[in-house]
Design a protein around this ligand. Structure first.
Ligand code: NDP
Ligand code: 8X3
Length: 256
């Protein structure tokens, strides 16, 4: 399908987990994709796979969402035919560490705040003007159960996701006159690279998070994100919370 005949979806953090699953879902449905992540090898590999398997148009954009200049440069340098972005999925994000606030590593705090909050803002600010000029668009922000609850030792990560919830509300209000729909999609436990990143490569700790119950997979969240985008134009999902059936709250699980 040519670029002008398909909608364009831009997914940040598509090199693994939920973002990658969204990329595969939207490619399967025939969308053109702009995929982002820092790991160039992963992003290039995914771009080739999507082009080959689904015969879709893919643009790989390797940048760090924390780097404002890079975000602006990469998005403003998109070839004209790639600039009409219909759907932005702000997914890039991470948790680092799990510790009481007085024992937290300030570098971890900075990276979480810079990625989950400031990165989301930089990308959104670079993409929204064209949506406004086209009079349409949709933004899906990936929040978390951590946007709804604060749990012990989750302090700064939870705060960043609460900020994502607040920013989603702000975007929904301020972009309303411009016909831009904004959804917040909040997953509970999803088995991705999330815990490997949080525990800095400690495999045992990471695997333990998903033991004794069936967690969500990235593809479960991709289905929900896709659902938000396929509703009629007069319908918007403001806020969605998706949990494994075996998880009631951020910390209460039915583990066998
Ligand atoms: P993964 O670690 O599998 O994926 C995270 C993605 O974000 C990767 O593609 C990573 O790519 C990208 N990323 C991280 N930092 C940056 C950065 N600075 N610039 C660009 N890309 C970046 O985890 P998930 O798929 O689980 O996480 C995706 C989102 O879902 C996050 O926002 C997370 O907070 C949220 N979430 C996850 C849950 C879970 O249980 N897994 C539950 C609720 C929400 P790269 O390293 O190549 O840059
Ligand atoms: C990721 C899920 O519960 O670790 O956002 O915060 S949790």
């Amino acid at each position: 399908m040519s670029l002008s005949d398909s909608e364009i979806v831009f997914i940040t953090g598509a090199s693994s987990g939920i973002g990658e699953a969204c990329a595969i879902k939207f490619a399967r449905e025939g969308y053109s994709l702009i995929i982002n992540g820092r790991r160039k090898d992963r992003i290039d590999q995914l771009a080739s796979k999507l082009e080959k398997d689904y015969k879709v148009n893919v643009k790989a954009l390797v940048f760090d969402v924390r780097d404002k200049e890079s975000v602006n440069h990469q998005i403003s340098s998109l070839p004209e035919e790639w600039t009409a972005i219909d759907i932005l999925i702000n997914n890039a994000g991470l948790a680092l560490g799990l510790s009481d606030i007085h024992e937290g590593d300030t570098r971890d705090w900075e990276q979480m705040i810079d990625t989950n909050v400031k990165g989301l803002l930089y990308v959104s600010k670079a993409v929204i003007p064209k949506m406004i000029s086209r009079g349409k668009g949709q933004i899906i922000n990936i929040g978390s159960i951590a946007a709804k609850e604060t749990y012990l030792k989750g302090n700064v990560y939870c705060a960043t996701k609460h900020a994502v919830e607040s920013l989603s509300q702000a975007m929904r209000m301020e972009l309303l006159p411009h016909n831009i729909r904004v959804s917040l999609v909040n997953p509970g436990a999803v088995n991705t690279e999330f815990s490997q990143v949080r525990f800095k490569g400690d495999k045992n700790k990471a695997e333990n998070v998903y033991k004794g119950y069936k967690p969500l997979g990235g593809e479960d969240i991709a289905e929900c994100v896709y659902f938000c985008t396929r509703l009629p134009d007069h319908v918007n999902i403001n806020d969605m919370l998706i949990m494994p059936a075996a998880q009631a709250t951020a910390t209460i699980f039915n583990k066998q």
